[in-house]
Write a protein that binds this ligand. Structure first.
Ligand code: MEV
Length: 440
């Protein structure tokens, strides 16, 4: 039976663990040992992790891999990826190598505008609200100056504030819709601080606006928060080559591969069931780099999936075509990323990952992340339209199964060798382990 507790956050880490172990693990000290096993031996690093969040009891490790040979706009990158799914880094590396010999990836940042909104209720005359907004706008910008000053000195800040009437959706609902340039910062804290100040001025100064009736003066702020939907913070990544250069696999001609590939993308463009899986594969690449570089993958996920539905139906993020003997494959996605602030200066592995990427600006990171997504989709579709996905997946999954059965080094080596010429399936691997153990 679960128990509730008050004051949990005030307990020391050891006491928190003791309570968890006692309450949920029948005081089995093995649970405590597992949690403590993942504590960092360097106390300073552990303290850093303890302080990232509330109620830390241990660390949750993910592998950090590297996919080398990414040629992006003529520069070579080795891309760090933090991910648990066994085939993702291998697939990215394969796609990187494939395109390295075919001109590499080309990328371009299209726009970098971020959005925040003050949501509020007002039940008076819309024209009076509009004249209040026009009157107060300079004051809004003035009052927020202490927050925006530094960002402005670097070339960013608030780009515009619009009053939006949303009363067709909800009676009395309006917004201050604010656009921002946050340069190398993802900008969540900056944007939210600005919005809360804007809301304060907007509400307070309404009380003394002479054109408002006494009811109209009562503007009710509902909330002030950035939007993770950033359709004007867009990056494009693409690859292209002549169709004959796609020739790699002796089992399928370059022409057939190109047309099967383009068809597979077309299916994801029209069929949401396929589009979700297609885009999930893209996110395998994107999230892994976003995580390795200390960015907020939930924000990125939410924004990208919303973008994939922007025309009213969930659809493919990537597109492909064959034109005049050339194969083109590209993607445009919204990405709000930072290379300063947040975890970027704190987490030693994030710092190292950014250094590995030549300490990119946020714009450069947008391009690298988009390439990782496009490469991942290329690798998935290449497998799906030729050999099928399971061949590669199961090969990578083999090690997970071996580890599940606590195979030793000798067993691992023998079984990996065996499956070079046999089809991997869970049962086949289990049988192979059993046979080997019987023999030895
Ligand atoms: C698996 O994580 C991702 C794929 O399903 C993506 C796809 O189907 O395109 C292989």
């Amino acid at each position: 039976m679960s128990k509730s507790i008050s004051g949990f956050s005030k307990l020391s880490k050891s006491k928190k663990i003791d309570w968890i172990v006692k309450t949920y693990f029948a005081n089995n000290q093995e649970a405590k040992r597992i949690l403590e096993q993942y504590w960092h031996i360097d106390e300073k690093i552990q303290q850093l992790h303890d302080e990232f969040i509330e109620n830390t009891i241990s660390n949750y490790y993910l592998p950090l891999g590297v996919a080398p040979n990414f040629l992006i706009n003529g520069t070579l990158y080795a891309i760090p990826m933090a991910i648990e799914e066994s085939s993702v880094v291998a697939a990215a590396s394969k796609a990187a190598k494939f395109w390295q010999d075919r001109g590499g990836f080309k990328t371009q940042v299209i726009s970098t505008t971020k959005i925040g909104q003050v949501h509020f209720m007002y039940f008076g005359n819309p024209d009076t609200l509009k004249s209040y907004f026009d009157h107060i706008k300079p004051q809004l910008l003035k009052d927020v100056k202490p927050i925006t000053k530094n960002m402005e000195q670097r070339g960013g800040g608030i780009l515009d504030i619009e009053l939006r009437n949303k009363t067709n959706d909800i009676d009395g609902y309006y917004q201050l819709h604010v656009s921002f340039e946050t340069l190398d910062a993802m900008g969540a804290n900056f944007i939210n601080s600005c919005l809360e100040q804007l809301a304060k001025t907007f509400k307070t100064d309404a009380l003394v606006f002479k054109e408002f009736s006494s009811e109209e003066k009562d503007i009710q702020i509902v909330m002030s928060i950035l939007s993770n939907y950033v359709p004007d913070c867009l990056v494009r990544a693409e690859v292209s080559c002549s169709i004959e250069d796609l020739n790699e696999d002796k089992n399928i001609s370059a022409e057939e591969f190109a047309s099967k590939f383009v068809r597979a993308v077309a299916i994801a463009e029209v069929e949401p069931y396929r589009a979700v899986t297609h885009n999930k594969g893209i996110m395998n690449g994107i999230d892994a780099v976003v995580l390795a570089t200390g960015n907020d993958f939930r924000a990125v996920e939410a924004g990208i999936h919303a973008y994939a539905s922007r025309n009213g139906k969930y659809s493919s993020l990537t597109h492909a075509k064959i034109e005049n003997g050339m194969f083109y494959f590209w993607m445009e996605i919204p990405l709000a990323l930072g290379t300063v602030g947040g975890l970027t200066g704190l987490h030693p592995l994030v710092k190292l990952s950014l250094e590995l990427l030549h300490n990119p600006s946020a714009k450069e990171l947008m391009q690298i992340v988009a390439v990782a997504g496009l490469a991942q989709n290329f690798a998935a579709l290449k497998s799906l339209t030729t050999t099928g996905i399971q061949k590669g997946h199961m090969k990578m999954h083999l090690m997970n199964i071996l580890n599940q059965f606590q195979a030793n080094d000798f067993e691992k080596a023998s079984i990996i060798e065996y499956f070079k010429s046999h089809t991997v399936s869970h049962n086949a691997v289990v049988d192979a382990i059993k046979n080997l153990r019987v023999k030895n």
